[in-house]
Design a protein around this ligand. Structure first.
Ligand code: UD1
Length: 358
């Protein structure tokens, strides 16, 4: 049995790590391909390091570009790797461009495809990730879902039940593994702060909307400290509109470079509230019981609103400021079914022993 995993962008790495460790523990042959969609040290290497992911066997170095350019570059460079390594199954993770590109290549070569984090749906076709999710699931032979709603989405789309395995949320495996280190880094008492991440094209690519969101943060910065690790896409757009934190009006907003995974976890642990448009943070805050405001009109992770600590908020200055002022305090962390640190074991059992998880 030879498994080949394809990852490329920051949110993929925490989904790969637990499975890479589990396959190593079992002695299963596992080839790791990094597409190079993310390439800055603080978007890629720092994550591989914190998560102790083995050095990828191949780096396709595709870099940035339009969606078509990036997807096409992954396809062109990944096909020869499949021909050379002859995997029994190609595993793809999440919903980034590298995910759909690799799934297309494998499916057309007649190699089985497994999708880790299958079945999530925002039903918002303007999101590039939604297109990636739907197409990847359609191409997959094994669909590993993080929550029951994901399985229901797949059933409604006619995916045969025997392909779908409810294995739980693999990102929580990584979180559980690194929590003790993150708690140590967090180090206890400090000035209260809200943690912010924003990088969705819908929020940051439109200068008017970006300015409105940043002005909301500046207003909130008078009331409480705001800590904001800035994604490179967002950093570039902020520079375009000439927004820096500097001092004066915006002094309460502390801009950081992207931070490594365990430092991010430690920032979440220490925060009173998270404001984000990330997918992963909606889940991490829910697991930890930290209130989360997601600046989006919808989410592919409804369980975080129903069972977790997440609430959607419109990308408008007043709405965001009011929502932060009303935000509920930290609650006891909820228990979400199969968000328990054992998702990777279940996936490996499906791959290696034909186990079933309904
Ligand atoms: C991608 C994913 C998104 C995910 C996000 C997490 C797609 C369609 N989008 O969005 O789902 O939430 O990653 O970070 O796959 N850049 C750098 N250095 C890097 C990487 C990117 O400077 O290491 C800059 C480049 O200017 C690039 C821009 O960020 O053009 C966007 O990168 P890209 O990978 O296209 O999309 P993300 O916004 O990161």
């Amino acid at each position: 049995m030879r498994v080949l995993s394809v990852v490329g962008a920051r949110p993929n790495f925490m989904k790969l790590a637990p499975l890479a460790h589990e396959l190593t523990r079992r002695g299963t042959s596992h080839v790791i391909v990094h597409t190079g969609q993310h390439y800055d040290a603080d978007m890629s290497d720092s994550f591989l390091e914190s998560l102790t992911i083995p050095k990828p066997d191949f780096n396709l170095a595709v870099g940035s570009g339009s969606h078509a350019q990036q997807t096409a570059a992954v396809m062109q460079r990944f096909e020869p790797v499949c021909l050379e390594t002859k995997p029994d199954i190609v595993l793809v993770y999440g919903d980034v461009n590298s995910t759909v590109a690799a799934a297309l290549v494998a499916a057309k070569l007649g190699i089985r495809v497994g999708h880790v984090e299958a079945g999530l749906r925002s039903r918002d076709w303007t999101m590039p990730e939604e297109i990636n999710r739907v197409v990847t699931d359609r191409l997959s032979d094994l669909l590993f879902t993080p929550s029951r709603d994901a399985g229901e989405n797949l059933r409604a789309e006619g995916v045969p039940a025997e392909r779908v395995h409810f294995v739980g949320n693999i990102m929580i495996d990584s979180l559980v593994a690194l929590l003790p280190k993150a708690r140590k880094q967090n180090g206890g008492a400090h000035e209260p702060y809200a943690l912010v991440t924003l990088h969705r094209p819908a929020n940051v690519d439109d200068p008017r909307k970006l300015r409105e969101l940043l002005d909301a943060l500046a207003e909130l910065g008078h009331e409480r400290k705001i800590v904001f690790p800035v994604h490179p896409r967002t950093r570039a757009r902020m520079e375009d509109i000439g927004w820096t934190n500097g001092n004066g009006e915006r002094a309460g907003v502390h801009l950081l470079d992207p931070v490594p995974y365990e430092e991010m976890l430690s920032l979440v642990l220490g925060s009173d509230l998270v404001i984000t448009d990330s997918g992963g943070l909606q889940e991490e805050t829910s697991f930890l019981g930290v209130p989360c405001l997601t600046v989006r009109p919808n989410t592919e992770r409804p369980i975080t609103c129903i069972e977790g600590t997440n609430r959607l908020v419109a990308a408008e200055r007043r709405a965001l400021v009011d929502a932060v002022r009303e935000a509920s305090r930290r609650s006891a962390p909820p228990t979400i079914e199969r968000w328990d640190g054992f998702a990777a074991r279940r996936i490996a059992a499906v791959l290696c022993e034909d186990a079933r998880f309904d």
